[in-house]
Design a protein around this ligand. Structure first.
Ligand code: NAP
Length: 281
């Protein structure tokens, strides 16, 4: 039997296109948009992610600063930092890098961020707006999934999207965004019976679990579009949720690395510009 490899949905190509568009938008503004990251401690993954976002900000002309708080900062001090950023008229966007150290409660922190500056889209007001069709700042990874599909001219309308993973950060907001684009959506999770059978019904499959190689070739409908979100460190490599053999079955697929992660970063800056333009008129 001959097999053909899926077409690569390059995240780099999408991110580069977004960078060009955002750079032009920034150049038109009479002010420099400002994004502030709050990072607690020195978790290597958090350091890496914040640096990537900061580099992208620099590339498009956005002023980005990182406030680093010590590992043992208490909840009150973190909340006071957020309050100060909310009150600062020059700050358009605030992003608290997750996860926070175990002694801190992230829910009140995320709820404390001014929804107008909430570029991660995790504030309950933005979550509500997302589901009710309002003008939300929507979570960056799910927004990026649609940007990838749009960039490559892949249709969403009327297609069946199976999302594996139902987190507040990826799976659920992805479901809302795909529904808003008239897809039929199934959300699968750790208690889903016959995961393979469910995934096989997807024209588009989103894997957002964090288990290396969970989605295998026998679970994927031939020709399906497969978007790999999961990231697991295996030795010195980052591995996705989608097994290597899926390249022989899918029609289109994101690589890992080089796929959804790069676009997530671009969407943080897209949200930053949207927040700045809405706030400053
Ligand atoms: P999370 O909060 O841990 O959620 C994982 C989800 O996967 C849960 O809904 C869980 O189900 C489900 N799950 C766990 N085991 C499963 C199994 N065997 N079969 C089916 N579903 C299963 O994680 P997250 O924050 O959404 O992140 C998911 C992955 O994406 C992680 O690897 C993370 O590093 C990565 N990520 C990547 C990007 C990017 O830009 N590419 C951005 C954010 C996150 P239950 O709800 O039933 O527990």
């Amino acid at each position: 039997m001959t097999t053909s490899r899926a077409e690569t949905l390059s995240g780099r190509a999408v991110a580069d296109g977004v960078a060009e568009r955002l750079k032009a938008r920034v150049a038109e503004l009479p002010y420099v948009p400002r994004l502030v990251f709050v990072r607690v401690g020195e978790d290597p993954a958090s350091v890496f992610y914040v640096r990537s976002k900061q580099r992208f900000a620099k590339r498009i002309g956005v002023d980005a600063e990182t406030l680093v708080l010590p590992d043992d900062v208490d909840q009150a001090e973190l909340m006071a930092t957020i309050a100060a950023l909310n009150a600062d008229p020059d700050t358009d966007a605030v992003l608290v890098q997750l996860p926070l150290p175990g002694h801190l409660d992230s829910a009140p922190v995320l709820e404390a961020i001014d929804p107008a500056k909430d570029v991660d889209g995790f504030h309950p007001l933005n979550v509500g707006r997302l589901w009710s069709g309002g003008a939300a700042l929507a979570p960056c990874t799910p927004v990026g999934l649609l940007a990838i599909l749009d960039h490559h001219g892949l249709e969403v309308h009327g297609r069946h999207v199976v999302i594996v993973g139902r987190s507040h950060m990826v799976g659920k907001p992805a479901a809302a965004l795909f529904l808003a684009r008239h897809a039929t959506v199934t959300l699968a999770h750790s208690r889903t019976r016959d995961l393979a059978g469910v995934v096989r019904t997807g024209d588009i499959v989103v894997a957002a679990v964090g288990r290396a190689g969970l989605i295998t070739a026998d679970m994927v409908k031939p020709g399906a579009v497969v978007l790999d979100v999961g990231m697991t460190r295996v030795g010195d490599r980052i591995v996705g949720d989608v097994a290597e053999d899926v390249w022989d079955v899918a029609g289109h697929m994101t690589p890992m690395p080089g796929g959804t992660g790069l676009v997530t970063v671009a969407m943080v800056l897209q949200n930053t510009l949207t927040a700045a333009e809405r706030r400053r008129g």
